[in-house]
Ligand binder design. Structure first.
Ligand code: NAD
Ligand code: UGA
Length: 458
């Protein structure tokens, strides 16, 4: 590769100089992990506060194992943070774009941040670079990135699509042990460099064209979302016919063609990815006059599933006005402080609008959640038992590990009414039997304390 920074030799022949633009969940985790592999990584963000925090050794997001790894690699001189994109581009061989692609009001991906970065790369290009898009972007975006850079610079460069598949909450583990790495590019030079960079992570390198790589990312997320909506619909039927969805999922999962993962019924998927990427793929299809009917249903089912919690509460209480409802779990999944598109947002909004008092607890996501929803009728608790004390019902919306370890008898005794809506199937039959709870979970009617009544409720 041309344009090597002299420091490359100091890193050994397999190590590279890398810039990662955007230090969010994906950029920061990728940057830290590339440095862990021995590369020299400069992480860039235009949010000065973030850069200062990172330089002070603090991680702006909650992600298990990230801070330790970040500090170690920073100390070893392999990882640095800056807002100076020009310097980062100059000193790198491979530039990763890892900025956000949030939804526009019509569901399309907002490519404004990606395009802005492409323009900056074009502006500061002084020698050959490989420009890699890691952000999730619609098919054709890498071509657009190429055009934008070419419209500004005459320097040589190649583009590649290397989508990211990490999950929040296990991002470091996922990045260091990926199922596969997809490399989409039409440049042999880029293929060789990106193979070298990623080979220490996995042998499963899928080399393909740019458009297929872009599509692999959306198709993967859409398929996983489909699995979740599928099992959620099965759970709704299980509640009516007296079957147990956890056993059904287990029985299905043994079939290798189906697989056991992503078959956990609950209150639907949330987060910054599935909701936005399913909408974006519907739009991508629509733009080429294809009506993606299956995915539209997946989205609809998902949007409705969270309201099962409300429906169950209303069946029990009639009106919710004046009721005190405890909520455990605000994050869209455990082990993250991310509340983007968390089902808890819609559920708590509904409860407060219906006149209920909500006592909410989450181990780490409360501060972020309050930026989304805040009302005088929400009491923010720092202890799960305080949240439950005196409540008429408890809703479990995120399966944090600490919830599964609760003493349910003690919990039941401190509530005004021992009623639980478990939106994540956290508790098993034995725990519930001993607890005295009137218990409603997802797709497991047989577990309800008042079995006959429950069947009628659902
Ligand atoms: P994020 O919002 O957490 O982070 C984006 C970062 O980019 C922010 O820190 C922002 O300040 C920075 N930024 C924006 N414009 C910039 C610019 N011009 N120059 C420098 N920095 C800039 O986003 P994220 O969750 O990390 O997601 C990034 C992309 O990766 C998205 O396309 C997303 O769909 C995809 N993705 C996310 C995940 C996930 O779990 N979060 C997993 C796989 C893929
Ligand atoms: C998801 C994908 O799993 C990642 O591969 C992908 O990289 C990422 O989106 C992305 O593109 O950004 P993430 O959103 O972090 O990762 O979390 P998941 O573990 O996939 O969970 C998403 C949602 O689905 C959560 O709300 C979770 O509660 C729900 N879910 C998941 C279920 O309801 N049931 C399941 O069986 C699995």
């Amino acid at each position: 590769m041309g344009g090597h920074h002299p420091k490359l030799c100091e890193l050994g022949e397999n190590k590279m100089n890398i810039a990662v633009i955007g230090t969010g969940y994906v950029g920061l985790v990728s940057g830290v992990c590339f440095s862990e592999l021995g590369n020299r990584v400069i992480c860039v963000d235009n949010n000065q506060d973030k850069v200062e925090m990172l330089n002070a050794g603090e991680v702006p997001i909650y992600e298990p194992g990230l801070q330790e790894l970040m500090i170690a690699n920073k100390r070893a001189g392999k990882l640095s943070f800056t807002s100076d994109i020009a310097a980062a581009i100059r000193e790198s061989d491979i530039i990763f774009i890892a900025v956000g692609t949030p939804s526009l009001p019509n569901g399309e991906a907002n490519l404004g941040y990606v395009e802005q970065v492409a323009i900056e790369i074009g502006t500061h290009l002084e020698s050959y670079k490989i420009v890699v898009t890691k952000s999730t972007v619609p098919v054709g975006t890498n071509d657009r990135v190429r055009e934008l850079i070419q419209s500004i610079s005459t320097q040589p460069f190649d583009v590649a699509s290397v989508p990211e598949f990490l999950r929040e909450g296990s991002a470091v583990k996922d990045t260091l042990n990926p199922d596969r790495i997809v490399i989409g590019t039409d440049s042999e030079r880029a293929i060789q460099a990106l193979k070298k960079l990623h080979r220490p992570l996995t042998e499963n390198l899928i080399i393909t064209d740019i458009r297929s790589a872009e599509m692999i990312k959306y198709a993967s997320n859409a398929f996983l979302a489909t699995k979740i909506s599928f099992i959620n619909e099965i759970s709704n039927i299980c509640e009516k016919v007296g079957a147990d969805v956890t056993r059904v999922a287990e029985g299905m999962g043994y079939d290798k063609r189906i697989g056991s993962s992503f078959l956990k019924a609950g209150i639907g998927y949330g987060g910054s990815c599935f909701p936005k990427d399913t909408q974006a793929l519907i739009q991508i299809a629509g733009q080429v006059d294809y009506d993606f009917r299956l995915l539209k249903s997946v989205v609809q089912v998902n949007q409705d599933q969270r309201f099962n919690v409300i429906r169950k509460l209303e069946e029990i209480f009639g009106t919710l006005s004046g009721r005190t409802i405890a909520v455990w779990g605000l994050a869209f999944k455990p082990d993250t402080d991310d509340v983007r598109d968390a089902p808890a947002i819609d559920i708590i909004r509904y409860l407060t609008e219906a006149g209920a008092v909500v006592k909410a607890y989450d181990p780490i996501a409360t501060a972020n959640f309050r930026k989304e929803v805040d009302a005088t009728s929400i009491v923010w608790e720092e202890n799960p038992l305080h949240a439950a004390r005196g409540a008429d019902a408890l809703c479990v919306l995120t399966e944090w590990k600490e919830f599964s370890q609760m003493n349910l008898m003690e919990l039941a005794s401190m509530m005004s009414e021992a009623i639980m809506i478990d939106g994540r199937n956290v508790y098993n039959k034995e725990q519930i039997k001993a607890s005295g709870f009137q218990y409603y979970s997802v797709g497991r009617p047989g577990l309800n304390h008042a079995e006959g009544k429950a069947a009628a409720i659902i």
